[in-house]
Design a protein around this ligand. Structure first.
Ligand code: URA
Length: 422
């Protein structure tokens, strides 16, 4: 087999054979196929697509590049959730302990921030002492004793995806449905969860900007999961506006703790409870009430134990950025748009995200929202507060907030998008 013939097949709109796919994934993982060759193939896939059989084989080859985990020793059914990524998407933080409090085991192998989207591990690392890196034994122990674990995927899980994902990130080949679907599902299937709920985001702050693409991605992933014996369902959810009132690391942890304490922004609570219901249903747990588990403190109890089991101090003060800058509303009226992508870029530029994968993130940096679409605002009132340790970044962040909101005349009737679209 030679890589040039594989690239040519896809370049010329052909179908890759199972042998070609197995060979190219294995050879790339071993370093026999070079990055420039794999990026040519990824671009050909982005431009010409893959059919269902090719996507299934590509996913299977990425799973086979590493180890498979197994949760058979646990007494509870496992349920996992994956979001395709958005701005202010802190849902994993309250959701994992909530679903555990309702009786499932929740293994959440999570990632770091990517571009304008935040990363669950970066957020949790703002809690003093908390560790993302666990051995497989430690992960199982935390899961078994607390019911939930949120940690980094070990190097052994789908190593082909790790390499390919980093390459796609720097070659403009992230936004290909076959590559996104196989990337996400290879990790989830290798992880060994019994059931999986996919939160497929749609809107300016998501990879999928329109509902047709999001639906195709969702269907592709549900097909891959189901064919592998993982009970898989997907929700399409809105990402045209940031979720909740914060985008940033410690800022989002604070908001998540508010949700676990029975408060927090309505959209975060609504999506957390909706996803919890889907996860419990997929795991076969029928009689649990996630809204009650938030209200009665049982989800908070699991959160505290889960954080402590990974070295974190759930009572420690969270970091606060050294400097703040307030952005005010330019006019009075009804806020009808607050762009998720622009807010995500601003948070990233303030230091909440990284420009290169080895860069550190600032725990306190980010954007706080003082109004959401549908709210009435008054000229001069705070609309956003920008947070950073490095005030020279304010100007750079403000440049991304040029045309990021619309304010309609006072009294305008406006109904924001529902959170769950389908
Ligand atoms: N998340 C992943 O894990 N992979 C992708 O390709 C996109 C988002």
């Amino acid at each position: 087999m030679d890589v040039i013939s594989v690239i040519r097949t896809k370049r010329d709109k052909g179908e890759l054979s199972p042998e070609q796919i197995d060979w190219v994934i294995d050879a790339y993982t071993r370093g026999v196929v070079a990055d420039e060759q794999m990026s040519a193939l990824a671009m050909a896939i982005l431009l010409n697509g893959m059919n269902r059989a090719e996507i299934a084989r590509w996913t299977a080859a990425m799973i086979a590049s590493g180890e498979r985990m197994n949760f058979d020793s646990l007494s509870r059914p496992t349920a996992d959730k994956h979001s395709t990524g958005g701005v202010g998407d802190k849902i994993t933080l309250p959701l994992a302990p909530l679903v555990a409090a309702c009786g499932a085991a929740v293994p959440q192998l999570s990632g770091r921030g990517l571009g304008h989207t935040g990363g669950t591990l970066d957020k949790l690392e703002s809690i003093p002492g908390w560790r993302a890196l666990l051995s497989n034994e430690e992960m199982l122990h935390v899961l078994d004793t607390t019911g939930a674990v949120i940690c980094a995927a070990g190097d052994g899980l789908a190593p082909a995806d790790k390499k390919l994902y980093a390459l796609r990130d720097v070659t403009g080949t992230v936004e290909a449905i076959p590559l996104i679907a196989s990337s996400i599902m290879s990790k989830k299937i290798a992880e060994g969860t019994g059931s999986l709920v996919l939160d497929v985001k749609v809107g300016t702050g998501a990879f999928m900007k329109n509902i047709e693409d999001a639906r195709e991605l969702a269907r592709t992933m549900v097909g891959l999961g189901t064919d592998s014996g993982v009970k898989t369902v997907a929700l399409l959810t809105d990402m045209s506006t940031p979720l909740g009132l914060t985008a940033g690391n410690a800022l989002e942890v604070r908001e998540s703790v508010e949700v676990l304490a029975g408060g927090g922004p309505a959209d975060v609570v609504e999506l957390t409870v909706a996803l919890a219901r889907e996860m419990l249903d997929a795991a076969g747990i029928k009689d649990a009430d996630p809204a009650k588990a938030l209200a009665d403190g049982s989800a908070m109890d699991v959160w505290r134990r889960m954080i402590a089991a990974q070295g974190g101090d759930p009572d420690a003060a969270l970091p606060v950025a050294r400097e703040q800058h307030v952005v005010t509303a330019p006019s009075t009226g009804v806020l009808t748009r607050l762009d998720a992508y622009d807010i995500g870029i601003a948070a990233w530029r303030l230091g909440a995200g990284r420009a290169r994968k080895e860069d550190p993130v600032q725990a306190g940096a980010g954007v706080e929202l003082h109004a959401k679409p549908g709210d009435t605002v008054t000229a001069g009132q705070p609309l956003l507060t920008l947070h950073t340790d490095t005030p020279e970044k304010f100007d750079y962040a403000l440049k991304s907030l040029n045309d990021s909101w619309d304010i309609a005349a006072e009294g305008t009737t406006f109904t924001p998008n529902p959170i769950v679209l389908d």
